[in-house]
Design a protein around this ligand. Sequence first.
Ligand code: UD1
Length: 361
Amino acid sequence: MKLITILGARPQFIKAAAVSRALRDEHKGTIDEIIVHTGQHYDQNMSGVFFEELDIPKPGFNLEVSGGSHGAMTGRMLEGVEKVLLQEKPDWVLIYGDTNSTLAGALAAAKLHIPVAHVEAGLRSFNMRMPEEINRILSDRISTLLFCPTDAAVANLKHEGIVDSVHNIGDVMYDVALFYRERARKQSTSLRDLGLTEGEFALATCHRAENTDDPERLGAIIGALAEIATQLPVILPLHPRTRKLLADYGMNQKLGGIRLTDPLPFLDMVALEQAARLVLTDSGGVQKEAFFYGVPCITMREETEWVETVEAGANQLVGASRDAILNAFEIAMRQGQPNIKAMPYGQGDAAVRIANLIAQH
Ligand code: UD1
């Protein structure tokens, strides 16, 4: 069987690492995977380093599509993916998550009547102003096999009338967390390099369009982080989008004591997440990694797809108001480590289950 995996953005490299390893380990000789990199993320520290560190097979194709408006980017990807699919004639196309690369892959395949398998199906924020929400709803609608990470995701699909070939296989990010947690602790020198002490710093990330594209929201987030930095070191690995917009808005002088770094390699990020006193983020993946490692999280968004983290009392959803972020910070400092009783994200075997289900079809 020939399988084409479409990916392009940082979180997809991480998830694909787990599934690609399961395909190689469990189905060598029966499933032949070819990776297509759309080029959406292209910097060495947003892309190349992940392929090296996570042992992901070299892409068979790189479409080199990046930047531009959503329509232009998605359109160019659609055209590029279609060409590859016409040439390679795969039996299945595998897509991940909710980025423009996901939608382009799903659309190109569905129009050629090639079945699509979607990892992270069924997640919803119920906020149609997010590009990710549009991408995931449309991708789910035209996918054949839907791999949900949670019961909530299965229920969301059911609500939209999608019930066939829906599987709750757990979250591949949990597989990844289990696989790399020790390796990150042993191999990463980031804690030492940054002069940090375990349990005595906050780790922050901010890249979502709804935060970065609105100067008021970005200003409030930076203001809150700068205030926190007067009490506890704050490390902020900067996504290229955020770096550019901070400069465009003239906000660099508002950073105060916040310590900026370039985007971090995966093992360094995982090492810092495990050692942090708390995490502040607008990323989906980072919210869950904090949860897996038992670190309190503050999510700087109005809604989350990972509702289980909030229900477990491990994640405070506060939006982008300075006061709400600072209030949540005080609560997190007072409460300390969350007491997580049950794991809602599977058994850490999601990747193997995905590989097996694809093989069965
Ligand atoms: C994308 C996804 C988002 C995901 C995020 C993970 C969409 C709609 N959004 O957002 O769901 O959470 O990836 O990071 O697909 N850039 C660089 N170097 C890079 C990559 C990007 O400079 O290696 C620049 C781009 O040129 C662009 C900006 O950063 O100006 C934003 O990149 P883009 O791919 O549009 O979206 P992300 O914010 O990364």
